[in-house]
Design a protein around this ligand. Structure first.
Ligand SMILES: NC(=O)C1=CN([C@@H]2O[C@H](COP(=O)(O)OP(=O)(O)OC[C@H]3O[C@@H](n4cnc5c(N)ncnc54)[C@H](OP(=O)(O)O)[C@@H]3O)[C@@H](O)[C@H]2O)[C@@H](O)CC1
Ligand SMILES: [K+]
Length: 500
């Protein structure tokens, strides 16, 4: 279940389902039943339920849920935004099957109820909520009652995770078939509360036919590309990562990247930089090699001497970052560009694009957080949701983009994208991004393709942070990776997945 479907892709699946023998009515019955079952499981004590029903199929699901809840002995009332006669298609059928009390929404407040089911708008939201609909969700929110949202909280855009106007925050959201981007991208993720994904009998072949290009970042997405250690392998079979280090008083970031690359599985890792900086590194690292490079241009010669080297440039790179980027893009087999690179190329994304385009077959992964993304692209940068922006940036740069945050998006220039949902809040700490750049380079060094390496690195990074728990500092992340990898490898060996 790793595809993520946009609202229009989900509608496309609905249109294709009847040809595979699954009528819309069947899907709606199953959806409404799943909502009722989730309500009963989560709030077994709730006796009186108010269902807010909208004018489309989201409302149709609400009428089914109302019927099912009434059948299970709950006292249910429907507060309808549209008169029953105005409903069309499956929603009209389901409204006709509902024989309990129905009031115009303006006349039904959430007084004397224990639970609100929000079936006003789902995937068909077309504009900000206004008038009686906005008033109704305001009253529901103010009531303090738990809210079960059908598909998505009303007012939330299922594609972007944003809301142009008022939204009814949910305690629990029951969605169907596949997740939508809005369940994962903030603020949507927080507005959904807990999310339950219900199987409503949509055939997998119908979903596959839609050809979704967005995925949940789980091992199932990249597991087959994950490097398997060769028992007869040599360390250089697992690649060599070269990290450019800036000046002596800013060595931490480059060192975290180097340690991340080593833990991420690179056969060998070298920190290259000014001698004064290397002396600082020498006081901290043992397994990492040190190579003097007085000036970033010296990287050309170092890279020329290696058949296969992955370069990391940006963490703690300092003033020479542009020259170091040039050398990396000219000579490395793959590059991870982070941090100071985005300052050096601020407002000049095309200059970076042109350099990347000089060797189009060579994988490049860029790993900005939102601030760095804004700095790089400046005015006229990619617009829209985080997913849209990452995709557009990948297309413009010709590089795999990791747009970091609590809902990190990885996008490939070929159009694929993945959203992560496993980063704990304590991962937002100084140096965590440098370690991520290292994990990614460590996987690239072992020959993993860029999109797979970047998505795997992001997932492993989140798991490593969970492994450490609250109180984490970035220094802990490389050391937490072996336990995560051990668990991951054992689930692969068992043919399973550590998460669905
Ligand atoms: N495969 C699945 O997942 C399945 C999904 N199913 C369910 O179908 C839902 C999608 O149904 P949907 O396409 O009918 O859209 P929905 O959200 O009900 O809204 C459309 C209506 O709202 C109106 N409208 C829009 N914005 C408005 C506003 N701001 N203010 C006022 N009105 C506004 C719009 O009117 P119009 O824009 O034309 O004026 C139209 O009448 C989906 O979320 C899920 O719950 C299941 O039943 C079966 C399987
Ligand atoms: K809803």
């Amino acid at each position: 279940m790793i595809e993520i479907l946009s609202c229009s892709e989900m509608a496309e699946a609905d249109r294709r389902a009847p040809a595979e023998g699954v009528a819309g009515e069947m899907l709606m019955e199953a959806a409404g039943r799943a909502v009722a079952e989730a309500a009963l499981a989560r709030w077994p004590q709730a006796r009186r339920v108010l269902v807010l029903a909208g004018p489309g199929n989201n409302g149709g699901d609400g009428y089914v849920a109302a019927r099912r809840l009434a059948e299970s002995g709950r006292t249910v009332a429907v507060a309808a935004l549209a008169p029953v006669e105005a409903l069309r298609g499956d929603a009209a059928v389901m409204a006709a099957r509902w024989s309990g009390p129905t009031l115009p929404i303006g006349e039904a407040g959430p007084v004397d109820f224990d639970l609100v089911v929000d079936a006003l708008f789902g995937a068909g939201l077309a504009r900000p909520l206004a008038g009686v609909a906005a008033h109704a969700i305001g009253r529901a929110a103010d009531s303090g009652l738990p809210v079960l949202a059908v598909d998505v909280p009303s007012g939330l855009n299922g594609d972007t995770g944003a809301a142009a106007g008022a939204v009814l925050p949910a305690t629990l959201t029951v969605t169907f078939v596949r997740l939508k981007p809005g369940h994962l991208l903030y603020p949507g993720r927080a507005l959904c509360g807990e999310v339950v994904l219900a199987d409503i009998g949509m055939p997998g072949s119908v979903v596959a036919g839609v050809g979704a290009r967005t995925f949940l970042n789980r091992p199932a997405l990249w597991r087959t590309a994950f490097p398997e250690p060769n028992p007869q392998g040599h360390k250089y079979d697992r690649g060599h990562v070269l990290v450019w280090s800036g000046p002596e008083f800013a060595t931490g970031a480059a060192r975290l990247a180097a340690l991340g690359a080593a833990r991420g599985g690179a056969g060998a890792v070298t920190l290259a930089g000014p001698a004064a900086a290397l002396r600082v590194h020498a006081a901290h690292v043992s397994a990492i090699m040190l190579r003097p490079a007085a000036r970033p241009d010296d990287l050309h010669a170092i890279l020329a001497g290696r058949r296969f080297a992955i370069a990391i440039v940006g963490p703690g790179a300092g003033d020479g970052v542009e020259a170091a980027t040039d050398a990396a893009l000219a000579g490395a087999a793959a590059c991870v560009l982070d941090a100071d690179v985005f300052t050096a190329f601020a407002d000049r994304p095309n200059a970076l694009r042109d350099r990347i385009a000089e060797r189009p077959a060579r994988p490049v992964v860029v790993t900005p957080h939102e601030g760095e993304f804004g700095r790089l692209f400046g005015q006229g940068g990619p617009a829209g949701s985080k997913l849209d922006r990452a995709r557009e940036a990948a297309r413009r740069l010709g590089a795999t983009v990791v747009l970091k945050g609590p809902d990190t998006v990885v996008a490939s220039p070929d159009g694929r994208a993945a959203i992560a949902d496993n980063a704990p809040p304590w991962l937002a700490t100084a140096g965590a991004g440098d370690t991520l750049a290292g994990f990614c380079a460590g996987l690239l060094a072992q020959g993993m393709p860029a999109f797979e390496a970047a998505t795997a690195a992001v997932w492993l990074h989140g798991e490593a942070a969970r492994e450490v728990g609250p109180g984490l500092i970035a220094d802990d992340l490389p050391g937490a990776l072996p336990a995560v990898l051990r668990r991951f490898q054992s689930t692969v060996a068992e043919g399973g997945d550590s998460q669905p």
